[in-house]
Write a protein that binds this ligand. Structure first.
Ligand code: FAD
Ligand code: SF4
Length: 470
């Protein structure tokens, strides 16, 4: 890499690592990108124009110091780069893998205007993966332990982001989760072809070494009462996610062979990883699978069914491709792997005598924008078609599912069931109960890994201020 070439972006094209062969991708629950050598990434990093007021940083929900660590990477200073990455992000290697960069940092890159954005996500992943592989650990030797104790409920990205900031500031968090492993949806949701579970195992080791305590397989409200945590700890953070599955509200949804997306994905990862009793394993090998929905969860279901050996996988979505809500990259990946798409097709019923036999769909056109700004699908008269199916997977998204004990404690929720907590004020993300803070999907509604990390980190700052430690 020549650091004196300001026209690097003209000479070096944007290039992501090559993907493994399609034959392997269709069978293996492994990440799909080949490893690449450091000089390649240094060249890619040096394409950055070092914009004076970098818009990529603004669009990144945790406001990573992107041009700064790209420069360190271009100079080969991995040790400084990894430190800088962790100043703003608790799980950089995970965001590098799963963020929808096309809508966030890379979508905002100046070079996106005809030259191809800097491969920010891939470089972020590489910096942290490499540093961790070489034994990097944050240096906490200067931390003064306050003796304060905070309970974190939920070991998803929000809970881990919160615990990371707490431990670096002298508060030892105890993280509770009902599942047997950390990660929340990172482990029990997002499949291995996007994020291998060894990445979470490595994080668990690192976080434990930093001073976090994990009490897994422990459900608050069932195994331990919330009141006990409120007695025992100085503050409590809630990062419990959203787990109520949205339904279509049409006939046939209860037929055998129709499954909700998330239990299907959890059953699959549990089958491969040996977790018992979380969700049944549904095997789609040799079957015709229809997936309803068009977001990240739908793509993950489609690509899981492909790898299980489904005879065919069809994804039906009620808007067009341009209006799909998830990451464009994963739609490309799904198509490459053999998923067939039916756009502008809205399900109106699931057909079958004793078990599912097909899905009835109607054609839609895009009408006026709704409250969210997305154009509303309008049904075209007399446009019914039937698609044959042996298995139907429903991926219509999630609604907040606050437990009853929250309301009993006086924690306020809005009309959609989201816990009310504001990002502004002296104690950001404090709920109506002063000792309880909250963040992630249970506050925002189902969203993204990186926004959950952001809120977890911000809540930790709120807790530190409230405890008089900041
Ligand atoms: P979660 O990750 O849901 O974690 C909550 C944790 O709280 C869970 O571990 C749960 O077990 C625990 N918990 C809940 N109640 C209790 C209790 N009473 N006691 C103890 N523990 C409890 N986002 C992206 O950015 N990119 C993607 O590619 C992407 N793909 C996705 C694919 C799927 C299939 C799904 C479902 C989501 C995807 N998302 C993606 C969204 C992303 O995973 C979530 O926005 C993010 O995980 C939310 O983090 P969280 O910490 O708020 O909640
Ligand atoms: Fe981009 Fe996500 Fe990394 Fe931010 S955290 S720089 S949005 S990949």
């Amino acid at each position: 890499t020549r650091l004196d070439n300001v026209f690097q972006f003209l000479e070096v094209e944007r290039k992501l690592p090559p993907k493994v062969s399609i034959v392997t991708r269709k069978t293996a629950f492994r990440e799909i990108y080949e490893p690449v050598a450091e000089p390649h990434l240094q060249h890619q990093a040096y394409r950055c124009l070092a914009c004076g007021n970098p818009y990529c940083e603004w669009k990144c929900p945790v406001h990573n110091y992107i041009p700064n660590w790209l420069k360190l990477m271009a100079e080969g200073n991995l040790a400084a780069a990894v430190e800088l990455c962790h100043q703003t992000n608790s799980l950089p290697e995970i965001c590098g893998r799963v963020c929808p960069q096309d809508r966030l940092c890379e979508g905002a890159c100046t070079l996106n205007d005809g030259f191809g954005a800097v491969t920010i996500g891939n470089i972020e992943k590489y910096i942290t993966d490499q540093a961790l592989a070489r034994g990097w650990q944050p240096d906490l030797s200067g931390v003064e332990w306050s003796g304060k104790r905070v309970a974190v409920i939920g070991a998803g990205p929000a809970g881990l982001g919160c615990a990371d900031v707490l431990v670096r500031n002298g508060v030892r968090p105890v993280v509770f989760d009902r599942y047997p492993e950390i990660g929340g949806l990172l482990t029990f949701g997002i499949p291995e072809f996007k994020l291998e579970k060894s990445v979470l195992a490595r994080r668990r080791q690192l976080f434990t070494a930093m001073g976090m305590e994990f009490r897994l397989g422990t459900e608050i409200g069932k195994d331990i009462a919330i009141e006990q945590l409120l007695d025992e700890f100085d503050a409590v953070f809630l990062g419990m996610g959203t787990y109520q599955f949205m339904k279509g509200g049409f006939p046939g949804e209860d037929l055998p062979g129709v499954h909700d997306a998330l239990p299907f994905l959890i059953g699959n990862v549990s089958h491969h990883r040996g977790y018992e009793g979380l969700a049944p394993f549904v095997d789609t090998a040799g079957l015709r699978v229809v997936v309803l929905g068009g977001g990240d969860t739908a793509m993950d279901c489609c690509r899981t069914a492909i790898r299980q050996g489904a005879a065919s996988v069809t994804c039906a979505y009620r808007r067009d491709e341009a209006n799909m809500p998830g990451s464009k990259r994963e739609v490309v990946n799904a198509r490459e792997e053999g998923v067939q798409f039916l756009f502008n097709q809205q399900p109106v019923g699931i057909l079958g005598e004793h078990r599912v036999e097909g899905v009835e769909l109607v054609t839609t056109e895009l009408g006026e924008p709704d409250a969210s700004g997305r154009r509303r699908p309008v049904v075209v008269a007399s446009s019914q078609v039937t698609v044959t199916a042996d298995i139907v997977l429903i991926a219509f998204g999630f609604r907040p599912s606050p437990p009853a004990w929250l309301r009993d404690l006086g924690v306020a929720v809005d009309e959609r069931g989201r816990v009310k907590a504001r990002e502004t004020g002296d104690y950001p993300l404090q709920t109506a109960h002063p000792k309880i803070f909250a963040g992630g999907d249970m506050v925002r509604g189902s969203d993204l890994v990186v926004t959950a990390i952001w809120q977890g980190r911000l809540a930790a700052k709120g807790i530190l201020a409230w405890l008089g430690l900041a």
